[in-house]
Design a protein around this ligand. Structure first.
Ligand code: G6P
Length: 611
């Protein structure tokens, strides 16, 4: 939620800040702003709406200066408006702040500041920070020390970037519970919420840890802990290219990311199951037989799409490894008083590695002695750093808000993990593993085949774009794929859509079926297909339009469903990763037909760093 950037150096800050915000717009996009120090004063431009509005404003009112901060917002406190946009300034225009996160005790601090005579013009919690720093600064503390004092008062999760009128060469970054990366340049330094904002300028980055404050000048970066002790941090060299964070000719990031899936699934699989190797390579992930013998319960916890990938893992681990697995969305797990001890393994799944609820679930588990294995995409993210073990999925930066390639890689990771656990606990023979492994290797080219026929989904989206309600139905693993398919349609096409276990349809939702309803039946689990066919007949009899996703060669389903999208044949347990691709394409083309903002759907943000 919210993207922040900062620059200090010799070059003009405005274009660097805007360029950075452009790469971070996926984090929030209801308003944007920059503050630039011109050597004398801090000047601010900010506006409601997309970054393009800010760019217009900057063209009409050019700012100059070599120090600045910028922000793209996903509103929490106060509706999106010019005045609530960041940066926020102290009343005397001495301190300017951009903020990602929530200050939980801001009302209390605000009351104190009001009493001291401060005036507030916005409804945000952030304005309180600007005034609070200003208050300590007026009391005689240096800019740095005023920030330390103010930060020690703040409760909540936040990342901040701050400048001061009287310090034209100093940029301060603060992190607690929201991501912040520092980019090291030559004679210039940078701050950003995420790496893509830095890649045009540097590949050398430091990840700030919670409760750390960094002071940047053009030639120095000093990281302090909360007690102002200097912290030595290793530099991290980013290996992926800027192209990975650009559209490369595709109309949308989402379409580009859908098309990256063959490559990403291939890389995720080959890294862990090398072609000429003997088995599964988990590197430092400690999950051998002895460790697994000490585990009697597994939780799979995540949010959104990552949760649906987690559900596939739960299903497979239980079915194949015969270990009880409980799955729960992280926002519920936090408050359900879960049974956790040293015999529990918590598997958290997260693309960004920064989702607040998932991170908190991880912390609760660790506090209670459980082991945490994180399946994460973003290298160096909070979840990756705090987990006991990390399984990186290597999907590269995912920019579109709706997750696609991360899901496929997460599901591939679940296949590998399941096989590893099953082999270790003796629930899978080497022969069984080899059969799965050989089939795993074929998945990337099978995804490729589905993508080559994307015209099918495009035409179906055109045909069904006027439906009012969509139900995704399925049984077993197909039901789990339905849930992700339904979420995609909600997220980007803003269509009312629900996923239902096919057998549950009769227990209520069938009452809603009429001729404005589309039922998408996922029918890739062949042993369950007869029953799903019956469900398709039931909804058709009540006027619904029907579409099915089934494995090639299944002609029976074509006799009942209005339309069938065929996927290449594979083992039932591996079908989810294939069956989900048509869902992604269908959602994409539905959204395209309906004219929504595909990469930045309304009200959403890619990285949800608030509860
Ligand atoms: C947000 C995003 C989703 C994502 C979910 C979990 O809701 O819009 O696409 O699945 O967060 O994010 P994570 O980064 O933890 O996978």
């Amino acid at each position: 939620m919210c993207g922040i950037v900062g620059y200090v150096g010799k070059n003009q800050a405005p274009s660097i800040l805007i360029d950075g915000l452009n790469k971070l717009e996926y984090r929030g996009y209801d308003s944007a702003g920059i503050a630039v120090h011109d050597g004398q004063n801090i000047n601010i431009l900010k506006t409601k709406g997309r970054l393009s509005n800010l760019i217009k404003l900057v063209i009409e009112n050019p700012l100059t200066g070599t120090l600045g901060i910028g922000h793209t917002r996903w509103a929490t406190h106060g509706a999106p408006s010019d005045v609530n946009s960041h940066p926020h300034m102290s009343e005397d225009h001495v301190i300017a702040v951009v903020h990602n996160g929530i200050i939980e005790n801001y009302m209390e601090i605000k009351a104190e500041l009001l009493e001291k005579g401060y005036h507030f013009i916005s409804e945000t919690d952030t304005e309180t920070i600007a005034h609070l720093i200003d208050c300590y600064y007026r009391d005689g503390f240096s800019f740095e020390d005023a920030v330390f004092k103010a930060v020690s008062r703040l409760e909540g999760a936040y990342a901040l970037s701050i400048i001061c009128r009287d310090c034209p060469g100093t940029l301060i970054a603060v992190r607690k519970g929201a991501p912040l990366v520092i980019g090291k340049g030559e004679g210039e330094n940078f701050i950003a919420s995420d790496i893509p904002a830095l890649l045009n300028y540097t590949r050398e980055v430091y990840f700030l840890e919670d409760n750390e404050i960094a002071v940047l000048t053009e030639n120095s970066i000093t990281i302090y802990d909360k007690d102002k002790n200097v912290v030595n941090r290793d530099i991290y060299h980013v290996t992926w290219d800027i192209e990975a964070a650009e559209k490369s000719g595709y109309a949308h990031f989402m379409l580009k990311e859908i098309h990256e899936q063959p490559k990403i699934v291939r890389e995720t699989i080959l890294k862990r199951v090398p072609e000429n190797g003997d088995g599964i390579v988990l590197d430092n992930i400690k999950l051998d037989k002895q460790e697994l013998d000490n585990i009697d319960r597994i939780y799979v916890v995540a949010c959104g799409t990552a949760y649906y990938a987690g559900l596939i893992g739960k299903h497979l681990i239980e079915k194949i490894c015969r270990i009880p697995v409980i799955s729960e969305v992280a926002s519920e797990f936090r408050y359900m008083d879960p049974i956790l001890d040293e015999r529990t393994l918590l598997i958290v799944v997260s693309q960004s590695g920064e989702t607040a609820d998932t991170l908190e679930a991880l912390r609760i588990a660790k506090r209670n002695g459980a082991r945490v294995l994180a399946i994460v995409n973003a290298v160096g993210s909070s979840i990756a750093r705090e987990a006991d073990d990390v399984f990186y999925i290597l999907a590269g930066p995912e920019i579109a808000v709706a997750s696609t390639k991360a899901y496929s890689a997460q599901v591939a990771a679940m296949y590998i993990l399941t096989c590893h656990i099953a082999l270790a606990v003796g629930k899978m023979t080497e022969e069984e593993f080899k059969a799965i492994r050989d089939e795993l290797y074929t998945l990337p080219s099978k995804i490729e085949l589905i993508l080559q026929k994307e015209n099918v989904e495009k035409k179906l989206a055109e045909k069904y774009k006027d439906v009012r309600n969509v139900f995704f139905i399925g049984r077993g693993l197909d039901y789990l794929v339905s849930q992700e398919g339904s979420l995609k349609l909600k997220e980007i096409a803003y269509l009312h859509s629900e996923a239902y276990a096919a057998g549950e349809l009769k227990h209520g939702p069938i009452a809603m079926i009429d001729e404005n309803t589309l039922v998408v039946a996922i029918a890739a689990q062949e042993e369950l297909i007869e029953k799903t066919i019956n469900n398709i007949k039931e909804v058709k009899a009540r006027g619904a339009k029907t579409m099915a996703i089934a494995m090639k060669g299944n002609t029976k389903i074509a006799e009942v469903a209005d339309d069938v999208i065929y996927i290449p044949r594979t083992m039932g347990i591996l079908a989810p990763v294939l069956a989900n691709i048509p869902n992604q394409l269908f959602a994409y083309y539905m959204a395209l037909s309906l004219g929504t903002d595909i990469d930045k759907p309304r009200n959403l943000a890619k990285s949800v760093t608030v509860e």
